[in-house]
Design a protein around this ligand. Sequence first.
Ligand code: SF4
Length: 228
Amino acid sequence: MEILDTIPMHLDINEVSKKLHLDKKKGYSNTAQELVELANSLIHPKAIYEVSYVDNKNEDTVDIGSVKFTSRVLRVNLDKIGRVFPYVVTIGKELEDSTASFDNLLKAYCLDEIGNMLIEMGMEYLKGYLERRYKLEQLSNISPGSLKDWPITQQKQLFSIFGNVEGLIGVKLTDSSLMIPKKSESGIFFPTQVKFYSCQLCPRENCKGRAAPYDENLAESYRKEVSE
Ligand code: SF4
């Protein structure tokens, strides 16, 4: 198990301004700069990961580091894989505490979106770190709760791989398995030749988090693969 607590994060003010459409809003020319500076002063990014081995592959269950997970998609993705990297990443709770205290709703929204950009950067950093450290060409990710097939309740199993995640990096689970701080991500990185995105199997329309188009044929192939 390794904890990373020096995760470099850089927000480009022009990009933030463009993404949040602040460049077009009258009277908000300095807002991106102000919010980026505030966000930089509030974040405490940390990550934890474990090198785990895959075992006991059954029809729709698989053991990872002796913890049993139930998900056909996870099971199929790990079919020919022996080593995976369960992880939790966070930017800490201070940014979201500050967001909640804002009276200006536009600024609160923008700071929250900046938090989303930062947690994505944390994920990307960890992925790149693992690829370099373990000399892997490409990692894909799957997270509990990202698909109906792998419910969010399995966060508990994922967290059990690490023990006291709250004590280690300050992230805990609510009774309904949501992470606190909210600006946290968890899941399993696994090596792949062809990049996998949960979004490819998710038909949800108008999702602003979509990272890849829905692929009906791919979704069908997962169903076939597991029923053969
Ligand atoms: S399309 Fe949206 S809801 Fe579906 S997996 Fe992707 S991010 Fe999640």
